[in-house]
Design a protein around this ligand. Structure first.
Ligand SMILES: Cc1ncc(COP(=O)(O)O)c(C=O)c1O
Length: 436
């Protein structure tokens, strides 16, 4: 059979040479391996000077599913806002380049392209879990007959807690109201229990296994049963090609610190389908930033929401965080959006899978589905020899690989097409082989 890849470092180097996106690695600060020093300097120094380990060897950074790397231009974008604050102070809301008052609007177009939406369907605000609650206020409208929430059995804990608390808030017992199902059983459970389910809330990609859910099919099934379909896209935004509008998704929430490279705890994203955005009568938790723009500074009672996702905003947003998101989204747009990135990602992760199977297939099990349509860039690995996973992970870290460990026994590795190389994948498998 024809093999899609070849062994050996030269092949990886050749793939990098032919990679049309290779220049984007240079858009990022790649952490360096440095011997621990008694007084470590901060990761980002003033005015672009003194970055950590400028002269060390670059790490193999496969943790973009946890915290994406810092784009070099981010400092310039954030500095520009600090400079305006110093020079214009409060006047910067309305004057100067990129005034703060409409600043979140500058992010709408590129963010919409990331998730396959129109600009009025997305807004950048709050953080993921906060946005999930805001969406539930509007879209979890349980009745006695239809009040259950379908989620996956290994939902990210924050989602699980949020959904439990929402069920309780509406007077239901979470033990009965929350239907935690295995990914493979979603269709069957929807078919059987659909009449009692108010909301289906699933991830785009399962954080632990790396499994990608079929959002289009799930949305259609949920709607067929009269349920609302909402998604947590923390691991899917900036990783998969998404078409939230066309798939008719009701709402979605995501963070920007993973694949969207916008910094620790940066502001999250939220999608509301336009058919809901057009409905000012939808119940919601309101704040002044969601108010019809012409009326915002009249300071009068009477909330009339901005049409579209913006109408769910509560507060004026943190501009420094939005500046970092803008910088990162500009990199994505220069790379041509999600399609070319996904194309490279399929190849990069495909190469990782192929090399793993060839070189260490006896010693590790890949938990992530083998079908590339059912995964993003991440592969979740389990070391077969029981109890040794943690020590293998520690050896990887000591050898300059940054990936992550998830209890009880999984090593997650995520080669990211914007900044990872085929050579990183090659070196990773070489190091893993030694560690095993
Ligand atoms: C899948 C998933 N959902 C939710 C969250 C929580 O995000 P936040 O802390 O921004 O609310 C995370 C955080 O890593 C996550 O990975």
């Amino acid at each position: 059979m024809h093999e899609p890849f070849e062994p050996g470092r030269d092949f990886a180097v050749a793939l990098d040479r032919e990679d049309p996106l290779r220049r984007f690695r240079n858009e990022f600060h790649i952490p360096k391996r440095t011997p621990p020093s008694p007084q470590p300097s901060p990761p980002v120094g003033g005015r672009g000077q003194g970055r950590r380990g400028d002269d060390g060897e670059e790490e193999i950074y496969f943790a973009g599913n946890s915290l994406g790397l810092l784009p070099k231009r981010t400092q310039r974008y954030v500095d520009a806002e600090l400079e305006k604050w110093g020079r214009l102070a409060v006047k910067a809301h309305f004057s100067g380049e990129n005034p703060w008052m409409p600043y979140h609007e500058f992010l709408a177009e590129p963010m919409a392209r990331i998730v396959g939406a129109s600009p009025t369907e997305v807004v950048t605000m709050n953080s993921l879990t906060v946005n999930l609650h805001l969406m539930m206020a509007s879209f979890y409208r349980p009745t006695r007959e239809r009040h259950r929430i379908l989620l996956e059995e290994r939902a990210f804990p924050s989602d699980d807690y949020a959904l439990e608390s929402e069920a309780r808030l509406h007077g239901f017992d979470p033990a009965e109201a929350l239907l935690r199902v295995r990914p493979a059983d979603v269709a069957q459970v929807l078919e059987r229990e659909g009449g009692s389910i108010a909301l289906v809330l699933l991830p785009g990609i399962q954080y632990y296994s790396g499994l990608a859910f079929d959002l289009e099919a799930i949305t259609a099934m949920a709607h067929g049963q009269g349920c609302v379909a909402g998604f947590d896209l923390a691991h899917a935004a900036g990783n998969l090609v998404l078409r939230l509008h066309d798939w008719n998704v009701d709402f979605a929430v995501w963070c920007t610190y993973k694949y969207l490279n916008s910094g620790p705890g940066s502001v999250g994203g939220c999608f509301v389908h336009e058919r809901h955005g057009r409905r000012p009568d939808l119940p919601r938790l309101a704040g002044w930033w969601g108010l019809d723009k012409a009326s915002r500074f009249r300071m009068e009672p009477g909330f009339r929401p901005i049409p579209g996702a913006e109408g769910w905003q509560l507060s004026n947003p943190p501009i420094l965080s939005l500046a970092a998101i803008r910088a990162s989204l500009d990199v994505f747009m220069e790379a041509g959006g999600m399609e070319p990135l996904r194309e490279k990602s399929l190849r990069l992760t495909g190469y990782l899978e192929w090399l793993l199977q060839r070189e260490v297939g006896d010693a590790i099990e890949i938990l992530t589905p083998a079908d590339p349509r059912q995964r993003g860039c991440q592969l979740s690995l389990r070391v077969k020899s029981s109890g040794s996973g943690r020590s293998v992970f520690e050896k990887l870290e000591a050898s300059g690989v940054t990936c992550d460990w998830r209890e009880p026994d999984v090593i997650r590795v995520a080669p990211v097409p914007l900044y990872n190389r085929f050579e990183d994948v090659y070196r990773f498998v070489e190091i893993l082989q030694k560690a095993l």
